[in-house]
Design a protein around this ligand. Structure first.
Ligand SMILES: Nc1ncnc2c1ncn2[C@@H]1O[C@H](COP(=O)(O)OP(=O)(O)OP(=O)(O)O)[C@@H](O)[C@H]1O
Length: 271
């Protein structure tokens, strides 16, 4: 169940949805640059749910920015569905850690926003935004402003705004970091349902063990700075899943296994 290979067995012979080839990024100049991420290589299969977990400061957000295309310069290659040209990343939809809803727009107006940029006619925009809000469990809240919603609901609006264009790859950086544990777990259920329905490839950056094990097909554990792959753990829990699985022995074993690695890296970060 545990191995350090960076290629999923399900992927043999097919083009990965996402391929990271020796990606890296350093900050600062001069003789001693700080390497945030170094020599990070990983293939993600179509439809796979991958979590990347690591201690604070290990380079998770840096990796998110590399994958999402938010840096001008980094080392290595990011290949999306076999292509590494600048347009290849159009099939990636990103969800950010910080709250990113537009306060002056209602929930449905937030979700319609990316469709406006694509020039989609209004009736279709409304229909697609409504459907996607229903997908994230916000039916009936279409006309609410973000200020009248909870943090968890606002993050669901952000997720809906990303999903409304049906990205083939969903990339998320700690999207539930600001939420309490119960809301996180319930949102995890929602994310599982969405993934089972849309079957999009998902890369979740997180420091939350429960979330990583609940949601993922594989969990990638990062080392403390420079962020490299320490180990990849196959999550051999059955599908379809719900948060009920948290109470099983196998879930506990997987969390324990990952925690053992993570604790070593977190300790290095504390020093
Ligand atoms: N703009 C920057 N300039 C210099 N160093 C930076 C910069 N951004 C990040 N770093 C360094 O790179 C390392 C990785 O940062 P990054 O934000 O990617 O980590 P992280 O794993 O996302 O952290 P956290 O979980 O605490 O958000 C950090 O240790 C930090 O010191």
């Amino acid at each position: 169940m545990m191995h350090a290979q960076a290629v999923s067995p399900a992927m043999a012979g097919s083009v990965p949805a996402l391929s990271l080839k020796n990606v890296g990024k350093s900050y600062g100049t001069g003789a001693e640059p700080i390497w945030a991420v170094r020599d990070f290589s990983l293939d993600v299969a179509n439809g796979e749910f991958i979590s990347i977990i690591g201690p604070s400061g290990c380079g998770k957000s840096t990796l998110f920015n590399i994958i999402g295309g938010f840096f001008n310069r980094y080392d290595g290659d990011v290949v999306v569905h076999g292509k590494s040209d600048p347009g290849a990343r159009r099939t990636i939809g990103s969800v950010f850690q910080e709250e990113s809803t537009f306060a002056w727009r209602t929930a449905i107006e937030n979700v319609m926003f990316p469709l406006e940029a694509l020039g989609i006619p209004k009736p279709e925009r409304i229909e697609r935004a409504r459907d996607t809000l229903a997908l994230v469990g916000l039916e009936g809240f279409e006309n609410h402003y973000p200020a009248a919603m909870s943090g968890g609901m606002r993050q669901r609006v952000s997720i809906a705004r990303t999903l409304v264009v049906r990205p083939q790859i969903l990339l998320m950086d700690e999207p539930f970091a600001a939420l309490d544990e119960q809301t996180r777990i319930l949102l995890g259920d929602k994310v599982l349902q969405i993934q089972q329905q849309l079957k999009q490839t998902t890369v979740l950056i997180t420091h939350n063990l429960t979330e990583a094990v609940l949601l993922s097909d594989r969990v990638v554990i990062m080392t403390y700075r420079p962020g490299r792959i320490k180990r990849i753990v196959d999550i051999d829990l059955p599908h379809p899943r719900t948060s009920d699985i948290i109470t099983t022995d196998r879930f506990g074993q997987l969390v324990g296994t990952i925690w053992a690695d993570l604790r070593d890296e977190s300790n290095r970060g504390m020093k």
